[in-house]
Structures are given as structure tokens and as C-alpha cells.
Ligand binder design. Structure first.
Ligand code: PLP
Length: 356
């Protein structure tokens, strides 16, 4: 993709592109969704933006009226609730405990839906849990959604190529074609191709929603960078073998990190089936004391202690709607992960049940 970007610069592909992306990139997206999920989208159903983040934001801008509700299963990617609030919507957070694999169940979904529900957000595989929905689980959620025709589903599938199970994770739009006109599928090149800085994401779904997003984008940025679009088209259309090779590297890192966390007294985690995050339960350490006598009141104090005591930076679970947990990203080298886990173990060992 670097060569494609250089070629784009050298051949003068450096001007504005169509608002909804270059024809080459839109074709690459359509082809990819057909190959990956058997989904058939037309050109008018594709929008391309400056990262999946921007596409999701604009989908909310295009659809939310004040007070409209957006169901967000927790743990969630940090941005969803703020994006909803920034667009005058009301986030409806639904707790999905570790005992449910951090996944939304049909009962919990049903209980969260109201007349004001505009969207349900489904991020699979998920950040920060690495949890992913099976075909059966998606089908069960779809049954509920079929009974609520005013509700649309925003699927965030940005980690869809990073999976460790026996087969690739399914997409709701493919699992339940009857929902096709209510699913807005978002994805991008940031994670699969490690192209976070190129800022290219896409959304596919109902043509009227896509047209509204394009209208917003035309006044927001006119179009995403032409050079980045050339690189993204090359990534999507080019050889994909290295993706599975990279995922095998992630798998080894995942297994190492899960093992080391499991060996640390008081810490535990569910093995993620996708993405590159581990959500670690640190509840046994809440209420303990640091050597300086400070009480660990919550997960944020705990992660603060890891930072101060051992210079390990992880993110506290409360940021993701998961108090009592912290998130590790294993998108880094095995050496760093091994060292970080040793330091986490050392920092935990300094916490005592009573102030010293
Ligand atoms: N969705 C999820 C769940 C993410 O974790 C991220 C990035 O961390 C994004 C979307 C953003 O993707 P992009 O870089 O395409 O904006």
C-alpha cells in the first residue's frame, strides 16, 4: 500500500476525490464484503470517510434527534457514548457481565429497547474485551430486532479480520438478510492492515442514510485524503495472506499474556476470541493498600498504582464502562508484554490488605 500511495502522489492523484470516495476504493470495498460475507452492496450504499470513527460519528449526526436513544452494550469502545452525547442523543448503557462473555443477550437487548431507541451498537470482535458474537448469538439478537422495526443497528466490525476461533466471525447483515435495510456496517483499514495513520474507514448500508452522510461529509472535509484512499484500495484489493500470518503472531502474544496474567495472584481474564485486547479483572485488589498507605478505591487507582510503582501503562476499565477491570493491548512485542506482565505482578505484590 505504500507503493500505491507513492504512485498516487507521482501520478497526480492528489486532488479532491468524489465525496463518497474514489471509484477504485468503493469497488474494493464492495468486492471485499462480497468475498468475506457474501454481501452484495451497490455503489450508492458505500461511504468512505476519515476513519471508521468519522463514519460512525456522521451516521449519528445524520440520524439522531435530541433525546433519541442509542443502546450501547458495556464494556464498550470509549468513543460511543461521547459520540452519541455530542449528537444530542442519549446513550443507554447495557451491562454485559463477564459471565455472559461480555456479550449482549436477547433478554438484555429486549429490556433496553424503547420507542425512542434509534440505534443499537454492536462491536464484534469488541474493544476492550476481544469478545465476538457467534452466528447463533447474532441470530438470537436479530429475532428481537425483527420485532422492533424502528430500531437500526450500527455494527462496528473494525477488528473483523483479527479472529482466533475456528472460523471467521460473522456479520449481522449476512446472518439476517431481513435486517439488511436497517444495518449500517462500519469498518476500515486501521486494524487489519495496521494503517491507523492513513485515516480511512467506510460504512455500508441503506442508500438514504449513506446519502445523508455524504451530504454532511461534503461540508465537513469534502473527501478523505486521495493518497490514503489509493493506499486503502491497494490494501483491500491486494494479497491478504499476511493478514492471517499477522493474526498468528497476535495469537501467540495473546496466549503468552493470558498465561502470565493467569499466573498473577488475584488477576484473571477471559481469553479473547478476536481483536488484540485483554480485559483483566482486578477486583480482588480494590480495597487494598499501597506501601504509602493509600487505599485502592477503584480500577483507576489500581492502574495509577501500576504506573507509579512499575511504570506500566494500561487503561482502567471504567473508561470502557467496566469498573473493576483494566485493559491490556497486546499489539506490541512479546518481550514488552512479558516484561509488562512481570512488572504488573510485582506491583500487585506490593498491595496489602491492611495499611502498613
Ligand atoms: N471502532 C473501534 C471499536 C475501535 O477500537 C477503533 C479504534 O481504536 C475504531 C473504531 C476507530 O477506527 P478508525 O481508525 O478507522 O477510525
Amino acid at each position: 500500500m505504500k507503493a500505491a500511495a507513492i504512485r498516487a502522489i507521482e501520478t497526480g492523484e492528489t486532488k479532491y476525490t468524489p465525496v463518497n470516495g474514489t471509484p477504485a476504493l468503493r469497488t474494493a470495498i464492495i468486492d471485499r464484503l462480497r468475498r468475506r460475507h457474501g454481501l452484495a452492496y451497490t455503489d450508492a450504499q458505500i461511504t468512505v470517510g476519515g476513519g471508521a470513527k468519522q463514519v460512525i460519528f456522521l451516521a449519528l449526526t445524520a440520524t439522531l434527534d435530541e433525546g433519541d436513544e442509542v443502546v450501547i452494550p458495556a464494556p464498550y469502545w470509549v468513543s460511543y457514548p461521547d459520540m452519541v452525547r455530542a449528537n444530542d442523543g442519549t446513550p443507554v448503557i447495557v451491562d454485559c457481565p463477564e459471565s455472559d462473555g461480555f456479550r449482549l443477550t436477547p433478554d438484555r437487548l429486549c429490556a433496553a429497547l424503547t420507542d425512542r431507541t434509534r440505534w443499537v451498537v454492536l462491536n464484534t470482535p469488541g474493544n476492550p474485551t476481544g469478545s465476538a458474537y457467534t452466528t447463533g448469538e447474532l441470530r438470537a439478537l436479530a429475532e428481537v430486532l425483527l420485532d422492533h422495526p424502528h430500531v437500526s443497528v450500527l455494527t462496528d466490525e473494525i477488528y473483523d479480520e483479527i479472529w482466533y476461533d475456528d472460523c471467521a466471525h460473522p456479520s449481522l447483515a449476512a446472518v439476517e438478510p431481513r435486517l439488511a435495510d436497517r444495518v449500517f456496517l462500519t469498518n476500515g483499514v486501521s486494524k487489519t492492515y495496521a494503517m491507523t495513520g492513513w485515516r480511512i474507514g467506510y460504512g455500508v448500508g441503506p442508500a438514504d442514510l449513506v446519502a445523508a452522510i455524504n451530504t454532511l461529509q461534503s461540508q465537513l472535509s469534502s473527501c478523505p485524503s486521495s493518497v490514503s484512499q489509493a493506499a486503502a484500495a491497494a490494501a483491500l484489493a491486494g494479497p491478504q495472506d499476511f493478514v492471517r500470518e499477522t493474526v498468528e503472531v497476535y495469537r501467540a502474544r495473546r496466549d503468552t499474556t493470558v498465561k502470565l496474567i493467569g499466573e498473577t495472584p488475584g488477576l484473571s481474564c477471559t481469553t479473547p476470541s478476536g481483536a488484540f485486547y485483554l480485559l483483566v479483572n482486578c477486583q480482588p485488589y480494590i480495597g487494598r493498600f499501597t506501601p504509602a498507605g493509600t487505599r485502592i478505591e477503584n480500577d483507576e487507582d489500581f492502574t495509577g498504582h501500576l504506573l507509579e510503582d512499575q511504570q506500566v501503562a494500561v487503561i482502567h476499565g471504567s473508561a470502557y464502562g467496566a469498573p473493576g477491570y483494566f485493559r491490556i493491548s497486546f499489539a506490541t512485542s512479546t518481550e514488552i508484554l512479558t516484561e509488562a506482565c512481570a512488572r504488573i505482578t510485582a506491583a500487585c505484590a506490593t498491595l496489602s490488605e491492611r495499611p502498613s
